[in-house]
Design a protein around this ligand. Structure first.
Ligand SMILES: [Cu+2]
Length: 637
């Protein structure tokens, strides 16, 4: 490991300073970053930018910022030399044209740089050049290699002989009948190539068994296959003749007392910053800091399947452009995303982030028995959303801000199943079409919620129903109460949800009270769902330890950003949250971060084929004593 500071070198034309330290990186800044790194000799002929993003200043610096203050713009880059396999983690200042740190990564111990979009092409070339793989494909009756689609699948870390220190992918392939035919309908199963991306060769071939390639096509976008669209749906039109109620100024959005900044990162995708309500801070930063998809099949062709879609594949890099009238209805404002390409040059994705306002039914209502009063008000929410397409699956990230102070994240999973050949009687898959398996898997997300409820110093109370036995205090047996437990240290903050007692976690500000003398709070309401299903001693369990608990609470540390650690790709395990909480810091009345695991356990249905109707998961943040009374009394009739 080497760390070196640098002298200041001019890295091209300085760009005008940003108006805010969290302003999203612009195309000029990405070019400038590349130039600064190149001027310091960090960009060689074979250097690829596996990651490049804004290195946010520490929280106290951002909170102290006032308009017009100078900003030191810094970026973090994970660089990979595709010839040697050497990798570096670099922080550079665009403002000063300087390298603040450059650390050579010990990839066997610290993990590999993320997988890049271009690795799709690499694995295609590598497996198709391998005579053993071609022979194995031919044994399955496949000769037209142009119609075989190899997938760049993250290798994980299983301590397999000869793999240590190599930059690898594992490759399962699919067949097309023609170039418009969706390959996911035709898995070429029982055959896996283990690929070394640096040596650009197949290291090892698993040719476990020859299984029939399912033949039925799954072309949901072909009218000839799905039949004519129904004609019975009449138009619904959503109009806001006076425009939406929100305003967008650069990355800053205001709506009905809410104020927030929109961020977008190549790794985390959509991020929310400095979210406040009526000038009272609620959340300093919110993101989906990791997500991973472990599969259930223990067989030789599939035991290794688990994809860290954020840390290994970079959610933000997979963002797609949204279409008016399809993805969002009504009065829409779009933001474009600017992302670094593998070559370090900026790449723009138009209409990547959608902002709109929605009517969501009744906010409150009462018809009174005695006064004859009858009042109803309507609820609205502001929606900030984005969609990513990660190979077969598509994920929508929908943040909702409500008039009554609630914040929700809904993740919509759709797209196409990662299929298998179906073997009769399989315990690891559902048959979703003739001979086609929908393998069992989970989608595990980690939301990183850097809370600032009325200020930076917060604490967490676990709140749940307490049932009481009948006795002298409870002579009729009807009693129940609320149990409140303060989580004092990081070791206390590692918690599991419990729907049977409605367990929630209230983030309180012990120093701020409402008019009733209660500490102001925001509750995290989980949707209790199964945690990681893999065995305790499975390799994936140590790599995705975050997914073994619904809640982790850590002391804020700007270096602790990712639930499964900085570089989960091929990481041997133990990084991220287990390491962060090992210090067992005090979290009672401190600058704290909540990490919430949620997700879905997916036993695919025939209805999920050939394209899956959206299924959702998420969580809610709900004000508890944050307001003195209902905050939506003033809604107009
Ligand atoms: Cu699924």
């Amino acid at each position: 490991m080497t760390v070196r500071a640098s002298t200041q070198v001019d890295g091209g034309t300085p760009t005008p300073g940003p108006s805010h330290p969290l302003q999203r990186l612009g195309a000029d800044e990405i070019r400038r970053a590349r130039a600064v790194l190149a001027d310091h000799g960090l960009v060689g002929e074979h250097t690829r930018f596996a990651y490049l993003g804004l290195e946010e200043p520490p929280k106290q610096e951002v909170l102290a910022f006032t308009a017009g203050d100078p900003v030191d713009r810094r970026v973090r880059a994970i660089l990979l030399d595709t010839r040697s396999g050497a990798a570096a983690d670099v922080v550079a200042s665009l403002t000063r044209g300087a390298i603040d740190s450059s650390v050579e990564l010990d990839t066997a111990r610290e993990g590999q740089p993320p997988i890049m979009l271009e690795d799709l092409i690499a694995v295609d070339e590598i497996v198709k050049a391998d005579s053993g793989w071609r022979a194995a494909v031919a044994r399955r009756g496949i000769t037209e290699l142009d119609l075989v689609r190899p997938c760049p699948l993250s290798a994980g870390s299983f301590g397999l002989p000869g793999e240590e220190g190599r930059r690898m992918l594992r490759v399962l392939s699919f067949l097309q009948h023609h170039p418009k035919d969706h390959p996911w309908a035709h898995p070429i199963d029982g055959l896996v190539a283990y690929v070394d991306l640096i040596e650009r060769r197949v290291l090892h071939l698993i040719d476990h068994e020859v299984l029939p390639v399912p033949e039925e096509e799954g072309n949901f976008d072909d009218p000839a296959a799905v039949g004519p669209p129904r004609t019975s749906l009449r138009p619904i039109q959503i109009t806001q003749p006076e425009g939406p109620s929100f305003t967008v100024d650069g990355d800053e959005v205001t709506w009905e007392g809410w104020r927030l900044r929109i961020g977008f990162d190549a790794r985390e995708g959509l991020t929310l910053h400095q979210l406040s309500l009526q000038d009272r801070p609620v959340l300093y930063r919110a993101s989906v800091a990791e997500m991973m998809v472990p599969y259930a099949d223990p067989g030789p062709a599939r035991f290794w399947q688990n994809y860290f879609d954020a840390g290994e594949y970079l959610l933000g890099q997979q963002v797609v452009s949204l279409m008016l009238g399809c993805d969002c209805l009504g009065e829409i404002r779009y933001l474009d995303a600017v992302l670094p390409g593998g070559d370090g040059e900026p790449r723009e994705v138009p209409n990547a982030i959608c902002l709109h306002e929605e009517d969501v039914g009744v906010a409150w209502k009462h018809t009174d028995l005695f006064t004859g009063s009858s009042e109803t008000r309507r609820m609205r929410r502001l929606v900030v959303s984005t969609f990513v397409a990660i190979g077969n699956y598509d994920y929508g990230f929908f943040w909702y801000l409500y008039l009554d102070g609630r914040v929700e994240l809904e993740i919509k999973a759709t797209g196409v199943l990662f299929t298998s050949a179906y073997v009769e009687g399989s315990r690891w898959a559902t048959q979703v079409a003739p001979g086609l398996g929908g393998p069992y898997h989970q989608h595990m997300f980690s939301a990183r919620l850097d809370m600032t409820v009325d200020g930076v110093d917060n604490a967490v109370d676990e709140v749940e129903l307490e049932r009481l036995p009948a006795g002298p205090d409870n002579p009729h047996g009807n009693a129940f109460t609320r149990r409140v437990t303060r989580l004092a240290r990081e070791s206390d903050g590692v918690r599991t949800a419990d729907a049977s007692v409605g367990r929630s976690w209230q983030v309180v500000n012990p120093a701020q009270t409402n008019r009733l003398g209660q500490p102001v709070a925001y509750a995290l309401d989980p949707q209790p769902a199964p945690l990681l299903a893999a065995a305790t001693d499975a390799a994936v369990t140590s790599r995705a330890a975050f997914a073994t608990r619904h809640l982790w609470v850590t002391r804020y540390d700007p270096a602790q950003r990712y639930a499964a650690g900085d570089l989960p790709n091929q990481h041997p395990g133990g990084a991220g949250l287990p390491t962060y909480v090992a210090a067992d810091r005090d979290i009672d009345g401190a600058d704290i971060v909540l990490w919430h695991t949620f997700g879905m356990t997916h036993f695919p249905r025939p209805e999920d084929w050939p394209v899956m109707p959206v299924v959702s998961c998420g969580f809610t943040l709900r004000p508890v004593g944050f307001f003195d009374r209902s905050p939506v009394l003033d809604l107009p009739r």
